[in-house]
Structures are given as structure tokens and as C-alpha cells.
Design a binder for this molecule. Structure first.
Ligand code: JFZ
Length: 453
């Protein structure tokens, strides 16, 4: 689109919005570097590391199931901190040998689930790196496994045409003397000095991020912090700027998330990051115009927890994906592979169910944008970027004889159920479009109707 046309379209759209009634309009506010991210909508998040071996249980003691297994070093034996001494935790290095890990299998599972990008904990809070880091020794090359897991995954992503990015814990690092510990009162005396943290920052954090950006070429980073970062002295605004420019100097188009410093979330400073990360499992009720994502778990823990059986159903997770897509956001669904490198069976089952649904209905999710329509009672709506096609996700479709889409007043050309191609009666009436629901031929859970104008 020529720039002039773009301006015309957008000002026309906002002008018409003020007037209150419009037929269709294009809504594609994405910048060139984030459009792939918005088009993707669905990604895989992986939490894997030393903590995947104990999997929530240490010497017969089980972490409460509503805790995160990747936090075992700090939370085992709570509230005695740190729960596991570093020396003892590091015994896991000798045990780390996920012989059943197969990068191509992980990525093809993601691909079959309908996921368009892949995100993995390159280094979580424990400080252990899953690649052959030249900047720091505390990494996978020192384990019996030896192999460079990130390299193998990057190769598989390239083979399967899957975008990928890295989670990197820039604030907390329990593997380096200068890394920050959790911001808890009991740990006050054990926190690093400012000088020690600066050393960690300059000798480990920045060099590792540089290494990842230049040698592993991710499309995005997912830095991790949360609100308490606002009260700590270590990661200052200057450091955040430094971290961002470290990445951007290597690759301008590499995306950076808002959790790099959450005090900015929903503030002016948002403009320095490319996309917003919600809180864990946080699904905003309203549309947000900047690209955004929710990261969510299938059960409770991110890292594999062998006693965590709180699985969500595939239908529940599909709704989270649809809710987010209809509000302009992505969904990054987590898998916590087991210590041997395989996905848990319960996760695979859900990935495949979701994939089968997306195989038929994915057109209504990918490459769509949120529709500027009040959220209807019967479900959710997305629209094609040109605004000429609407996708209606009818939740519990058997409850409705007809559904109404406000504001779309042009005569629709056609309305069909995506799953079986069945044609529905649709007409423009009053201030929108009416669509008659069939009494058979609908998915009892979520039926998707494509309406062309
Ligand atoms: C962090 C990590 O501590 C956790 O282990 C996991 O990796 C998760 C994805 O991210 O935990 C958070 C971070 C932010 C919020 C909640 C948990 N938050 O902002 O709500």
C-alpha cells in the first residue's frame, strides 16, 4: 500500500468511527517488524533446564503443586532460603542428559499444533545456559549431554520454517555471584552488591545476549521481570536501554518484549519495546492496539512438575487463543518437557487436538486483526486485514437461532461454516448483519463462520 493510501484509509476509518456507523474498514496498524508476530498469533513456549530433572520434587519432598518447578532451587523447603545450596543444585549438571531430546520432533510437534513461532528458556533464573556459551561456563557443554541444544533447535526451526526467540532472565541469575536473587526479605543480606551486579551485567548478561543475537539470530527476545523490579536497584532504566541497544545494534528487527522492565507496562515507555507481555496466564478483557501476547501454561507449572495434574482442556486453551486473537493479541502456550527431553504425553495430546482444530479453522486466526466491534455475547470476532471478511467464533452455538454482528451493514456476499462449508442465511438488517444458525452441522463447542462482504 502506498503511504498516501494508508493515511487515507486510516483517517477515513477513524473519521467514520466517530460518525458511529461504518461497513468495513482495514485495521492493520502493525509496523513492518512486528507484522509477522501479529500474523502468527500462536506460539510455543518451552521451559527446560536443570530443574526439569527434579521436576518439582527434591529428596522426596514435593513442591506445592501451585508453585513453579523451575523455582525449585529457591523455593524448595520454603521459607528457608535459598532452599537448595548452589553446590548441591549443581549436582544436576552431572545428571543432565536428555537422551530422548530430538529438536526436529519438538519443532514438528509445534508446527502440527498450528504454532507459528517457538520460544525457549535460553537461560532461566538458575543461570544455566542451554547453549555453548563462550561468555560463561555455566552451560550445557559441561553436562554429559554436551550437545548445543539451542543450535539444534535453531537448525530445526530453519528447516521447518518456524520463527524462534529466546527467553533470557536478565535480572535474576542464581548461577553467577553478581546475579540478583528473588526480591524477598529473607534474601536481603544475600543480594549482590551493586558492583557485583555490574560485573554480572557486563561479563555475563550483555555478552550472552550479544552471543545469542549474533550467532543464533532469534527473531525476538522475551526478557523476564515483574512488578517488583521497580523497587530493586540493579536493572536501572539506563541498563534496560543498554540491553535493548545491544540487541538492536545486531539486528534492528529483533523484537523485544515489555517484561524487560515491567514498570513501563501501559506507560509511555512502552514505545521503546516492540510488544507487550501480559502477566502469566493473564488474558486482558479489552483490546490493546500495540502487539501483545499472553504466555500461558497447560497445567500450572512452567517447568515440568511431575505432580502437577491440573491440565486445562484443549477447548479451554482454544478459547484463550481465540479471545486473544479477537483482541489483537497472541497466545504462547507452554510445554515443560521432561528431564529425558520428551514432551509429557498429556501435553502432546492437547497439542494435537488444538492442531486438528486449527487445521480446519486456522484461517480465522492467522493473519487476522481484531475487529473494532463491541464483543458480542455469543462469542468473538476477528477480521481479515482488508476488513472485507469477518470470522465469527460462536461459543456454544447450539444456544442460538441467529446471531447479530453490529456495525457491519453492507449486504454480505456469503456466510459459511469453516468446518464443513455449509452455507448460512445472512442478511444486512438495521444496524448490522444477521446470520441464521443451523440446528445441525455445528461443532457443539466453537463454530467458526466466515462472512464475506
Ligand atoms: C516468570 C518466571 O519467574 C517463571 O518461572 C516463568 O518463567 C514465567 C514465564 O515468568 O514469572 C512471572 C513473571 C511475571 C509475572 C508472573 C510470573 N507477572 O508479571 O504476572
Amino acid at each position: 500500500m502506498k503511504r498516501r493510501d494508508f493515511i487515507k484509509t486510516t483517517s477515513l476509518a477513524s473519521g467514520m468511527m466517530l460518525m458511529g456507523g461504518l461497513d468495513t474498514f482495514a485495521l492493520d496498524s502493525s509496523s513492518p517488524i512486528t507484522s509477522w508476530f501479529e500474523d502468527s498469533r500462536f506460539g510455543m513456549f518451552i521451559h527446560f533446564g536443570l530443574y526439569s530433572i527434579p521436576a518439582g520434587e527434591w529428596k522426596g519432598k514435593i513442591m506445592p503443586r501451585n508453585w513453579y518447578a523451575e523455582w525449585i532451587r529457591m523455593q524448595h523447603n520454603w521459607p528457608n532460603n535459598p532452599g537448595i545450596a548452589k553446590k548441591e543444585y549443581d549436582e544436576l549438571i552431572k545428571q543432565f542428559n536428555p537422551t530422548n531430546f530430538d529438536a526436529r520432533q519438538w519443532i514438528s510437534e509445534a508446527k502440527d499444533a498450528g504454532m507459528k513461532y517457538f520460544l525457549i528458556t535460553s537461560k532461566h533464573h538458575d543461570g544455566f545456559a542451554l547453549w555453548h556459551s563462550k561468555a560463561d561456563d555455566y552451560n550445557i557443554s559441561k553436562t554429559p549431554f554436551e550437545r548445543d541444544m539451542l543450535r539444534e533447535l535453531v537448525d530445526a526451526c530453519n528447516e521447518f520454517d518456524m520463527k524462534y526467540g529466546f527467553y533470557y532472565s536478565h535480572w535474576l541469575d542464581w548461577g553467577h555471584k553478581g546475579g540478583a536473587l528473588p526480591p524477598w526479605d529473607q534474601l536481603k543480606d544475600k543480594q549482590p552488591s551493586q558492583k557485583e551486579f555490574d560485573k554480572y551485567w557486563n561479563q555475563k548478561c550483555l555478552p550472552q545476549v550479544r552471543e545469542l543475537a549474533s550467532e543464533y539470530k532469534p527473531s525476538f527476545f522475551w526478557f523476564d521481570s515483574w512488578s517488583e523490579i521497580a523497587d530493586q536497584p540493579y536493572v536501572t532504566e539506563a541498563k534496560i536501554d543498554e540491553l535493548i541497544s545491544t540487541v538492536k545494534r545486531i539486528d534492528k528487527s529483533c523484537l523485544i518484549n515489555s517484561r524487560i522492565g515491567t514498570k513501563w507496562l501501559h506507560s509511555k515507555k512502552d514505545s521503546v519495546v516492540d510488544y507487550l507481555s501480559m502477566g502469566d496466564n493473564e488474558f486482558p478483557k479489552k483490546a490493546i492496539s500495540k502487539p501483545w501476547e499472553t504466555s500461558g501454561t497447560m497445567n500450572h507449572s512452567w517447568g515440568f512438575h511431575k505432580h502437577d495434574f491440573h491440565w486445562k482442556s484443549s477447548a479451554d486453551m482454544l478459547r484463550l487463543l481465540i479471545d486473544n486473537a479477537s483482541r489483537g493479541g497472541n497466545f504462547q502456550l507452554n510445554i515443560g518437557p521432561m528431564g529425558d527431553g520428551q514432551f509429557p504425553t498429556a501435553s502432546i495430546k492437547r497439542l494435537r487436538e488444538i492442531g486438528a482444530w486449527l487445521d480446519v479453522n486456522g484461517e480465522a486466526i492467522y493473519n487476522t486483526r481484531r475487529a473494532e466491534i463491541r464483543e458480542p455475547k455469543w462469542g468473538r470476532i476477528t477480521q481479515s486485514k482488508d476488513g472485507n471478511t469477518l470470522y465469527l467464533f460462536v461459543y456454544n452455538p447450539l444456544e442460538y437461532d441467529e446471531i447479530f454482528v453490529p456495525r457491519f451493514r453492507r449486504e454480505p456476499q456469503s456466510a459459511t461454516i469453516l468446518e464443513n462449508g455449509q452455507t448460512l442465511v445472512a442478511r444486512a438488517f438495521n444496524r448490522g448483519t444477521y446470520i441464521e444458525m443451523p440446528d445441525y452441522g455445528v461443532d457443539q463447542n466453537i463454530t467458526v463462520i466466515k462472512v464475506k462482504y
